[in-house]
Design a protein around this ligand. Sequence first.
Ligand code: NAP
Length: 461
Amino acid sequence: MSNPLRVAIIGSGPSGFYAAESLQKGSPGSHVDLFDRLPTPFGLVRGGVAPDHPKIKSVSRVFDRIASQPGFRFLGNVCIGEALTPAELQRHYDAVVYAYGAATDRHLGIPGEQLPGSHAATEFVAWYNGQPEYARHTFDLSQRACAVIGIGNVAMDVVRILASSADHLATTDLAQHALVALRDSALQEFHIIARRGPVQTACTTPELRELGELDGVDIIVDPRDLDLDPVSAAALASDDHRTEQNNVALLREWAARGSTGAPRRIVFHFSASPIELLGADRTEGVRIVRNRLEPDGAGSVKAVPTDEHVVVPAGLVFRSVGYRGTSISGLPFDAKRGIVPNIDGRVVERAGGTTVIPGVYVAGWIKRGPHGVIGTNKSCAADTVEQLLADAAAGALPSTTTRPDEIDALLAERRIDVTTWSDWQAIDRAEVERGKAAGRPREKVVDVAEMLDLVKTSRES
Ligand code: NAP
């Protein structure tokens, strides 16, 4: 083990930064190399958090501070699994913390899901946030109606961005290509399809409330959906269900208000599961089955299909049923759960196994699954780093034989155009500058080659 500690963190989203911060606090002077496959940092804070939520995005200022600490380096544009293997990382660092999140999404597994017009909500989010791999995606916004499956916060973000006025979106850092497309959107109807009831909404109240604050948009809730089953009614009555109480109160308010004749409308469908996407050449609708809610034996309810079917017309469908982690070649993976198998953050050799791989750790969504808000990752990363430091103190980390600069030599030999923190700052300045000209907080660069050109110009100046 080196002194000070040399640690590689993979993924520069919240869990990666919080892991770096925990190391800086728990082992002052440690050398932290934070890798990202993109030339830019911040993971879902840049590519996932909705552009009209600048307050949530402002957590990046905390990350700036972490990046300014001695011993910290950012190595952007380095894809682990391609540019460097996990085995190579293990040779060059005392410990490696994988914090690369959940890059893909869960599928519904129903007929028609592959039709044109059916998309993952996560792709739409990545598109409007200017994630380079998704910037060239197209979504047919000439449709009149769309459906979003699932009622988590991602579903709320997608519906809100689709139903917001383009003038409002123009005040945000929404990617320019998305702003142009959304200005021409013909969408008037937004269906939210939730398989369980109003008490089981996965979204939080501020996000739900924002739907009701959109200009020119009615919210349609069927009052019959608010007749609660006994389990849901009991849950709602208990003190520890504040979010559920607030969500149901909002839904009741909307159900009572009904339609006001606004040009656009968001329609909630509760106790409804999609069973098929309809259409010959493209999505034209979602066949849903009405569910009965029955006790699930664990204090909540499960959706049990009835034989009542309804078709919701929708020329665009977004499945928003959760993110999913992906594997990195050379690192164990639990394909069932979409996580790297671990015991309290220590990576184990296989799913369900108990043999720990010394010096290899996980934090964030790839450790525990795609749940929780940004702050959840702070304690999650701190817990992992606590294990890492305990292993270091116990002499349980493998010994590193390489010199710190050898990783740089390896990357240079492989002609990887690594971006540093000051390179990112140059991209950041350029984006803010471009945005200023258009009266926007920033205009994102959405092309990796363009980012690297900008970096080159800035290094030469
Ligand atoms: P989520 O919160 O897990 O919600 C997933 C939704 O999909 C649930 O309503 C779930 O219903 C439903 N679902 C799952 N499988 C389904 C199926 N086969 N058929 C129909 N519906 C199905 O996931 P998410 O919205 O992707 O969010 C991920 C995490 O990021 C969450 O922790 C979220 O709070 C967080 N996030 C936060 C913000 C914010 O703070 N503003 C923004 C975005 C995301 P059941 O409950 O019945 O399983």
